[in-house]
Design a protein around this ligand. Sequence first.
Ligand SMILES: *Cc1c(COP(=O)(O)O)cnc(C)c1O
Length: 397
Amino acid sequence: MTNFAETRSLFYLPKGMIYLDGNSLGPLPRAATARVGNVMQDQWGEMLITGWNKAAWFSQPQTIGDRIGQLVGAEPGSIIVGDTLSIKVYQALGAALAMNPDRKVILSDNGNFPTDLYMAEGLIESLDRGLELRTPAPEAIEAAIDSSVAVLMLTEVDYRTGRRHDMQALTAKAHAHGVITVWDLAHSAGAVPVDLAGCGADFACGCTYKYLNGGPGAPAFVYVAPRHADTARPVLSGWLGHSAPFDFDLNYSAHAGVSRMRVGTPPVLQMASLQAALDIWDTVDIKDVHAQSMLLSERLIAAVAKACPQLQLASPSEPKQRGSQVSFHFEHGYQAMQALISRGVIGDFRAPDIMRFGLTPLYISEADVEAAAAHIATVINERLWDKPEFARRGAVT
Ligand SMILES: *Cc1c(COP(=O)(O)O)cnc(C)c1O
């Protein structure tokens, strides 16, 4: 069994704060500070350009990819790290579309995170071959899979409600109709067990600054099933995805395997903090993390239902159908969340009326959840949110 008191001690958490927003940005692993400092001084400072070989900066996108692969059930050598998730969505979708050149439909859902849909729109415009993006409701996805669809592009766990798609069943149905799949694991990696190889997924991608705790701006990852990896089109044909980048050929030829999905120079400092975070992940079993997150979320749901029925559960009530977050509809959700933040309970708000709480067992305890629920009850029942200062909005909500 994973020892969560132990994992909690490995994170820096500000005093007096209950941090229920690890689904947006994970907290600082204590070891990351020294790790990044050492990479700056001992590697960047001392080694300068030789760090690419001596400190293995160059191969880190693969080695880190393999470490992430263990958390999402990927075959060794099938994940590469780099860029941002938006970029990796673009590449995965572009490569998937190239495998179904005679079909015109990209199927996603209207609960998907907007950047994934925006990237699809941009790609449709660039390719200019009459592609169409369909976004039915998440519940209507299964029925919408047919042999007109080129690519099924879904985010497994809905960023607003935490609703979880059945990756295994949807991938199987997609394949039965000749549809290529792209799974976005932004809210899955480090939150729920994922079995990419077992599902037979074609492409997947995700980010490392949410549940994985790699730090703000930590690079994304992309998965290409080994059966596609030597033929997939990289779409963004950058020099580090070339078969021989240091030959400086004038023409592009894709690297063997998933390395072709590299684009340019990887973020070395950010990979250092990510590695410190992955050291913690090496010590835990994702099944324990998921079991504990279901326990924490059931606690929060029960406490809120009892103390403030004005908050309506926006997440599925069946724990197995959720990711690692719980969301509630509340008409004054923005103000209520600001009031909670002023009391040290950090969740976030998603338009139009969703109050969202991430439950991350690596550093959130049952006592934290109970204390947070008590604050929620006070803020709602005493209408503490109803103050002008809580209605003001910053650039980032
Ligand atoms: C968080 C998130 C992103 C963020 O993309 P970036 O390029 O890293 O800013 C993209 N897609 C989904 C589904 C997300 O949840």
